[in-house]
Design a protein around this ligand. Structure first.
Ligand code: SF4
Length: 422
């Protein structure tokens, strides 16, 4: 696979306006415009040249190591990790001076060497249906999108794992954006933290656990990027999300969606143990090769063989098969019947996704009657086949539409610059 070097971002020097009231801890920091964007998919170094170390995204072991390396006595390290962890991930506190169960001198020592910082919210849009979309800036000036979808019985946060994507699925707008880089674990868990900030979801220090309803009850790794091409960072971030002393989300409330990176699937079961969703979208290799080109590398039969093992390895109930409904492409009765045959023996749910059109998209959404008929065939074969209600379409936050707003805002800024004679 050919990885590309990131093109220079012409907008790095453009300060964008804040549409929300997010109290970003980064707001007064200088932008890290010159942070190195390393070749390929390597993540940027955690410690930027001459900068303090960001504690967000470190595993407990890594946190212990950096504390010891910066003067915490080894015999105190475990206790310090617990205390700092709780402040950061349970209470959402990012100022060392507010960590009141630490001695003043120790707080000052921490502040000298470390920061607790998360990606910066550049803008927030709220859809008529309550869906929130955040445009988020990470080190290097790049942007990813994060979507919060409130429902009656849950609140789902859709997070990104890469800037852009290499996989060029032909129905997906994100796939038209070249990969820039992988996100660090801190940038991945940071998306959860910034959404908690915006939703005012952090409990107050000392508040008993479970006092307030969880606004973010579920995380889905379905935003920009292929999570299994950034495995280690995704794993570390999700371990932090699951840690009982912090954000404390059950592994059954985290769903990782892959296009079918077969070699990493068993590892996902063993090292993360979350639920798995697969962007399936077709019932023949011929069609899937076009819609999800990674199929040329790992075809339907190979993928299904691997998926059959997943529930046992991860001790999870079922796999979600995502199936985007494209008019005249993959939505026939024969497709529905083939799908049922293919997944036979796999505990599964099939999520039918009415295609969300984006400017220049080569496909159309299947007619509603067609989607219902397709769902009916699957349902009668014994599988749950919910039709996903498009959410946040008015702000281009629906599935497969991410990136669009970024592009639009880029265009308008370019226009503004042109008008200003820049
Ligand atoms: S569907 Fe997922 S894997 Fe495919 S191009 Fe879009 S973001 Fe990448």
């Amino acid at each position: 696979m050919v990885w590309r070097r990131a093109p220079p971002n012409p907008l790095e020097s453009v300060r964008e306006s804040y549409m929300g009231s997010y109290p970003s801890p980064n707001r007064d920091r200088p932008m890290t415009q010159t942070a190195p964007i390393t070749q390929d998919v390597l993540t940027i170094p955690r410690k930027l040249p001459d900068g303090p170390i960001n504690l967000v995204g470190l595993t407990r072991n890594a946190l212990r190591e950096v504390l010891i390396a910066h003067g915490t006595p080894e015999k105190q390290a475990k206790m310090r990790v617990n205390q700092i962890w709780q402040w950061i991930y349970q209470w959402g506190v990012r100022d060392f001076h507010a960590m009141t169960n630490l001695a003043k001198a120790y707080r000052a020592q921490l502040a000298e060497n470390f920061v607790v910082t998360i990606p910066e919210v550049v803008s927030k849009q709220v859809s008529a249906d309550g869906t929130r979309k955040y445009l988020v800036r990470i080190a290097g000036g790049h942007e990813v999108e994060v979507v919060y979808i409130p429902e009656t019985d849950r609140g789902t946060l859709c997070i990104s794992s890469q800037v852009g994507c290499t996989l060029t699925c032909s129905f997906c707008h994100t796939g038209t954006q070249k990969l820039v880089r992988n996100l660090t674990a801190g940038e991945i868990i940071g998306q959860v933290m910034l959404a908690r900030d915006d939703l005012n979801e952090w409990p107050k220090p000392g508040e008993p656990a479970g006092e307030r309803p969880r606004l973010i009850s579920n995380i889905v790794l379905m935003g920009m990027g292929e999570p299994l091409y950034n495995f280690d960072n995704v794993r570390d971030a999700m371990k932090i999300a699951m840690d009982g002393e912090g954000i404390s989300l059950s592994r059954r409330r985290i769903t990782l969606s892959t296009s079918g990176v077969v070699p990493e699937i068993a590892k996902t079961a063993e090292e993360i143990g979350c639920l798995l969703a697969v962007s399936f979208h077709a019932t023949t290799d011929e069609v899937r090769d076009t819609l999800v080109p990674i199929n040329k590398r790992w075809n339907i039969a190979t993928l299904l063989d691997t998926l059959r093992e997943y529930p046992r390895l991860s001790n999870s109930e079922r796999i979600t098969f995502e199936y985007v409904m494209l008019k005249g492409v993959n939505d026939s009765d024969a497709d529905a019947r083939r799908l049922v045959q293919l997944i036979k023996g796999i505990p599964a749910k099939i999520n039918l996704i009415p295609f969300n059109e984006w400017p220049g998209s080569p496909y159309q959404r299947s007619d509603w009657e067609r989607i219902e008929r397709f769902a009916d065939i699957i349902y009668k074969a014994g599988y749950a086949s919910p039709i996903r209600t498009p959410r946040g379409e008015d702000i281009m936050a629906a599935c497969g539409q991410l990136k669009s707003a970024t592009e639009r805002s880029r265009k308008s800024r370019a226009q503004i610059e042109a008008e200003a004679g820049l």
